[in-house]
Structures are given as C-alpha cells and as structure tokens.
Write a protein that binds this ligand. Structure first.
Ligand SMILES: Nc1ncnc2c1ncn2[C@@H]1O[C@H](COP(=O)(O)OP(=O)(O)OP(=O)(O)O)[C@@H](O)[C@H]1O
Ligand SMILES: [Mg+2]
Length: 408
C-alpha cells in the first residue's frame, strides 16, 4: 500500500516541509519540499503565533505545489531549551510465571516508567524503552513471549513545556493540518543520518542548527541521553557582526562565503570586503581575522558540549564518536575543529537512503525533516503490522524493526 507522509521542521532559521511517498517495502521517495525563512520563532519557541503560522503555511504550500498533493496531517519536529529528558525505571508483575509477556505488559511497564514527577506544565513527548529486565535478567531488547514473574524497563523519557508544545502545534493546526506526533528533533535527525553500526557501537548525534544544538547519545541501538544547548550558527554570525561592525545579514553571508573553523588553513594575506556600518558602508578585513572570530566561537560551543558529554559519563562508551549534522556542520573545517575540541572522531551526517528530490535534501540542514518522514514511516509500519525486516542494514531499519517488536 502506498502512503503519503509529511514532516514539518520548524527551525530557528528555516521552516522545511517535506512530503514523502512510501510503499510498504520500498524506500522513502521525497516528492515535495518547501523551505522558507523561519519567522515568529526563536530558538525553537514561538514568539509570534500569527507570523509563525503564516511562515508554516508558506512552507507547506510550496511543498504541496511540488508534490501535487494537499496534506491534512504531519509529523512536527520540536526543540528548544524547554525540552528536558531523564532516565526512568518501570516495573510490573506479570503473574505467577505461567504466561509469557505480551504487548499489554509492555504498555503497563512503560506507563509505570512514566509515573515520574512530571509537573502539570510539562508534557511527555517520548518514552523510549532502552532495555527490559525480566526477573533480574538484564539486557532484553524484546521481552514479548518470554516467561517471568516481574517485568522491568529502563526508559528514556523526554518532556517539554506544555505551552511551548501547544503553541507550536497550534501554528500548524491553524493551517488545517493535524499534528500526528511532535518529535524531538535529534531523534528524527538520528534516523536520517546514523548507520546501524554506529547506533549499536555507541555514538553521539549532534544537530547544530541556527539557534539550538541538539544532542542524542545512542548505545546498544537505544537512546541513552538527549540534550539541548542554546547555541548554534547564529551565534557565530552574531560574533562576526559585532566584532567587524557589520549588519547581521552581511556577517551571515561572509560566514558562509569565507569562514573556516581553522584559521591556519586560510592565506594570511587574503583580504575580503564586507558591508559594514559607518561612513562608506564597506570594510576590508583579513580573511584570517574573520576565521579567528569563527574559531573562537566554535571552540566555545564544542567546549560546552564536551563538558556535558563528560559530565554524562558516556565519553568512553561511544566508540563511533560524533556524527555532526544540521546546517552549521557545513562550516568549513568544523569537522576537525569539533574533533579537536571533543577529542573524538567526527563525521558529518548527511541524510541518506531516499529517492525523489534527493539532491535538494541531501544536506545536513535537512536531517531533521527527512528524519520526520522516516519517523512517520516507522509509526505507520508499526500500526499496519508489516512483516519484520529480517536483516536490517541501516540504523533506521534496525530501529524500525525493534520498534515493531516492542510497541503494540
Ligand atoms: N555553508 C555554511 N557554512 C556555515 N554555516 C552554514 C552554512 N550553511 C548553513 N549554515 C548555518 O546553518 C545554520 C542553519 O542551520 P539549520 O538549517 O540546521 O538550522 P535550523 O534547523 O533552522 O535551526 P535550529 O535547528 O537551531 O532550530 C545557520 O546558522 C546558517 O548560517
Ligand atoms: Mg534544526
């Protein structure tokens, strides 16, 4: 059966709507894409509902025109510093050891894990099982069919501010589009860029966008930790604007055109011209000076991230290192800059394994939007009980197969 799935990524710099066509067994075929500058949004939080709704409408309309399809529902990417996460354990009794664990037990144990102190002004976005424990036996990925007395789960719970989530959902729903699910952005990005091997070995996904940087740690093919940092590419542009006294738009342009996270890589003598505040509206500066401003901010951002990775204690448990994605991962030299600051191997994650307008979406800035479609595919497949993928090869396929076995 063919399905149409839509994803809307409301980022701090751009809103991206993707429309995908999928069949039960086939790959994702991206048939519509609409990207517009983000307005009425600041660091993942709606600051003007009218303006944000209109930006979303414009992005959706562009994608619909390209796909020749009108969407009525979509998966929505969500981020911002209001998002928090924690690990929690749930436990239920199965009975007298005379029956196997069924889907209802899984539901009950996940609900028990959710019975944490969540204030009324916060909503649970995701409850992700990391591992199950039956009668003390740890490390069970799929407990269904196993006998036991007591079922426990280690789950990762992601929550967000109820009002921030509602405001964002409202912006989409005002356009007659139902939000099927609000998905924490790095979890979507991970589906689009990680490989199965990385997810199993242990990897940290870092989505560095314009206003926020989202992080998700995977080990043993499960999510172990998620974080949001209030830093991103806009901070780099802002530093350039302040230090070189240029308007923000000129700083942004210069960043994309000339900057490098490793100043030593650019010619010391090279001079560049940019528009600046002041009498004649133009300034000539050494390109290396611009790069030094960029380097300082990149070092600071990764310094903050490194500190928190170290604090979480997962530093030595992620042999696959870092996969960096999001628009800022396009910055020249950032891979080496990140690797130096984090003391880990780093690769740039580009969305893969899809057909359609591949050229356009094969860019780290679209990892979240592509991931939202993959998330939708996974959810739809779970609902329809499509046969299990026998030999999953990508991270996405593996998570999909795992999800299928675990969730009713
Ligand atoms: N070639 C490039 N070099 C340097 N920076 C770049 C390049 N291309 C894009 N960027 C930066 O990437 C950032 C936008 O990234 P992205 O599109 O992932 O953000 P977003 O999803 O809108 O925001 P967020 O995820 O923070 O809410 C901007 O700061 C932009 O300047
Ligand atoms: Mg983003």
């Amino acid at each position: 059966m063919e399905r149409i799935i839509a994803g809307i990524d409301v980022g701090s710099t751009k809103i991206c709507t993707l429309i995908g066509r999928v069949s039960d067994s086939g790959p994702l075929n991206v048939i519509g894409m609409g990207v517009v500058p983000s307005r009425g949004v600041r660091r993942g939080v709606i600051t003007d509902i009218e303006v944000a709704s209109r930006s979303i409408e414009e992005s959706v309309r562009k994608a619909q025109n390209m796909a020749h399809y009108t969407i009525s529902e979509a998966y929505l990417g969500i981020s911002g510093s209001h998002i928090a996460s924690q690990n929690s354990r749930g436990a239920v009794s199965i009975g007298r050891g005379d029956r196997p664990v069924d889907r209802e037990d899984i539901q009950r144990v996940l609900e028990d894990a959710e019975a944490i102190a969540v204030p009324h002004n916060r909503r649970i976005l995701h409850t992700i099982p990391r591992e199950y424990i039956i009668d003390g036996q740890e490390g069970i990925k799929n407990p269904i069919g196993l006998m036991g007395f007591r079922l426990e789960v280690e789950a990762h719970i992601v929550t967000g501010s109820t009002t921030c989530i509602q405001n964002l959902e409202q912006c989409v729903e005002r356009n007659q589009i139902r939000v099927v699910d609000s998905v924490f952005q790095p979890l979507a990005s991970a589906l689009a860029v990680l490989t199965e091997e990385e997810g199993r070995m242990g990897v940290v996904l870092i989505d560095m966008g314009g206003g926020t940087t989202d992080l998700a740690t995977y080990m043993d093919s499960s999510v172990w930790e998620t974080m949001v940092f209030d830093v991103g590419g806009n901070h780099i542009s802002n530093d350039i604007a302040v230090m070189l006294r240029t308007p923000f738009a000129a700083a942004e342009e210069a960043k994309i055109r000339y900057s490098h996270a490793l100043p030593m890589e650019v010619d010391e003598a090279e001079m560049i011209e940019l528009s600046a505040f002041g009498h004649d509206g133009l300034a000539t500066v050494a390109r290396r000076e611009l790069c030094e401003i960029v380097e300082a901010r990149v070092e600071e951002m990764f310094g903050i991230i490194a500190r928190d990775i170290r604090r979480s204690g997962y530093e030595d448990l992620v042999p696959a290192g870092i996969v960096l994605t999001g628009g800022t991962s396009d910055l020249r030299g950032i891979r080496d800059g990140a690797s130096r600051a984090l003391q880990m191997p780093v690769r740039i994650g580009v969305p893969h394994r899809m057909h359609g307008v591949v050229e356009a979406v094969s860019n780290p800035a679209y990892a979240t939007a592509v991931g939202l479609l993959l998330w939708g595919m996974k959810a739809a497949a779970d609902k329809d009980e499509v046969p299990l993928v026998q030999h999953p090869r990508t991270f996405y396929e593996m998570v999909k197969a795992m999800f299928k076995r675990l969730v009713p």
